[in-house]
Design a protein around this ligand. Structure first.
Ligand SMILES: *Cc1c(COP(=O)(O)O)cnc(C)c1O
Length: 230
């Protein structure tokens, strides 16, 4: 049964997070699991919710909007983790509690304006391109602090912290170490921006070792996704 599969995946991921915390002397309570449910049916999200998961992540507005609407009654925090075009912001702000992919001023301004219009307050994580190549999303490390100052000044948004995906071809631990340095610098200016969103199915232990507060896990929880054809 699907529920048993998901429960098994959840138990395994929980154990991995706990072990990663133990290995570096962190409290398990410091790390939040975000179940990345992209490409999965709403029913999987409902099961996760019944199993106690409170945070879910999606990366495509079209899909996420439908699921969030269908599951609106559940006690879930919705994280938008995908690259975001400004023309999707109106929709995303309608359901997302936290947006992990804020990487440019124009996007931030659009989110803020739309959040004010909808009477919402949206958490913003600044996505960093750790290889200094913004092609796959993310701000250059050098642009991070100025962007953070803008978030802190904008209405309708709150500055949560940073997010990154380990670049291809780089040791994840090295990448997450860099991210932690950037997060530390950010927190010197913005002490409440404590979130570090890092680590996925393959590299969550390394992310936890370098201070991740939120890991975004799909495959290890829910199985392999079918290749997505755009
Ligand atoms: C899909 C996705 C994840 C989850 O990846 P898995 O390898 O399936 O755990 C995490 N973060 C982002 C930004 C994603 O798009």
């Amino acid at each position: 049964m699907r529920r048993d599969e998901i429960a098994a995946g959840l138990a395994e991921v929980d154990a991995r997070i706990a072990a990663a915390c133990r290995a570096v002397g962190r409290d398990r309570g410091e790390v939040t699991l975000i179940a990345v449910t992209k490409t999965r049916p709403a029913e999987d999200v409902r099961i996760l919710s019944e199993l106690g998961v409170r945070d879910v992540g999606e990366n495509r507005d079209q899909e996420a909007a439908v699921k969030a609407r269908e599951l609106a009654g559940l006690p879930l925090t919705w994280h938008f983790v995908g690259q975001l075009q400004t023309n999707k912001v109106r929709s995303v702000v309608g359901y997302a509690d936290v947006i992990h992919s804020v990487d440019r001023l124009r996007l931030l301004e659009t989110i803020g304006k739309e959040a004010v219009r909808q009477g919402r307050s949206v958490g913003c994580l600044l996505q960093v391109a750790l290889d200094d190549d913004p092609a796959r999303g993310g701000a250059r490390p050098a642009d991070l602090l100025p962007l953070a100052d803008e978030v802190a000044l904008a209405d309708g948004v709150w500055l949560g912290g940073v997010m990154a995906v380990a670049p291809l071809g780089e040791e994840p631990a090295r990448a997450f170490e860099k991210l932690r340095e950037l997060a530390t610098r950010l927190q010197e200016q913005h002490p409440r921006a404590t979130m570090i969103s890092a680590g996925m199915s393959e590299d969550l232990a390394q992310a936890v070792a370098y201070g991740a507060t939120h890991v975004r896990v799909g495959t290890a929880l829910l199985g392999r996704r079918k290749p997505f054809v755009r």
